[in-house]
Design a protein around this ligand. Structure first.
Ligand code: ZN
Ligand code: ZN
Length: 233
């Protein structure tokens, strides 16, 4: 009903594509040609969504074969490349919160289309409170709100916290990145549902998600998925 109403309103009042600005009736508001040109991920590692060259079912990337992350599966929509990286930066650093419904809408559409059980709880990757204060919002929480509303899944806001204001991962070497995140998260309950999903905007090395998944599994989760908009690599 709500969906029909949205379609009807959109037919009367077209919106504008968030990328190129042309009028569009698409929901979420990304016009057809921007949608077709977007850097969608296709062949990926079944565990961490790292881009893979060949199309194989259930293929694992070299890194997951060597040392599997603590999470079980990843859904990622795009390569972290233009123009998607610009959209994500506009959301994060220019406070363009209107981009969040577009990105969360695209992610929700993908999750509805797959034939798999949905988690009982969504967990946005927490920001350290210092960074949250600087930015004023957590982009992962904004994305989780949109996905949770569309898929009818609860969001956890206070179930876990970031202990330290860790150094930006991009400034560190590979090994230093892993150490930088050790015990970075505290889960404040031991009754985490069996199946949960972590939400973030971008996955880079996967260490942050893996560290959070490890903390969630220590607190009772059996299956932890990671849902992100874009995958770097
Ligand atoms: Zn467009
Ligand atoms: Zn992998």
């Amino acid at each position: 009903m709500v969906y029909k109403l949205t379609q009807w309103l959109r037919a009367l009042f077209p919106s504008h594509c968030r990328l190129c600005g042309t009028a569009t009736r698409a929901v979420p508001d990304l016009c057809r040609s921007c949608r077709e040109d977007a850097p969608w991920l296709e062949n990926v590692c079944s565990r961490c969504s790292f881009p893979l060259p060949a199309c194989r079912d259930d293929a694992l990337c070299g890194r997951c074969q060597k040392l599997a992350p603590a999470f079980d599966a990843t859904t990622a929509l795009f390569h972290y490349r233009p123009p998607i990286d610009h959209l994500i930066k506009r959301l994060k650093f220019s406070n363009e919160l209107a981009i969040s419904p577009l990105l969360s809408g695209l992610l929700a559409n993908r999750l509805v289309a797959r034939d798999a059980a949905l988690p009982a709880l969504l967990i946005p990757v927490p920001l350290h409170h210092t960074r949250l204060r600087e930015r004023g919002f957590n982009q992962a929480t904004e994305l989780a709100r949109g996905v949770g509303r569309k898929l009818n899944i609860r969001i956890s806001h206070r179930l876990c916290a970031r202990n330290r204001n860790t150094a930006p991962q991009s400034l560190l070497t590979h090994n230093a990145r892993r150490l930088n995140l050790r015990n970075a998260f505290t889960v404040t309950t031991d009754r985490v549902p069996g199946h949960v999903a972590i939400i973030d905007d971008v996955m880079t090395t996967g260490h942050t998600a893996s560290e959070l998944a490890r903390a969630l599994k220590r607190a009772g989760a059996k299956r932890v998925e990671v849902w992100v908009i874009a995958r770097a690599g």
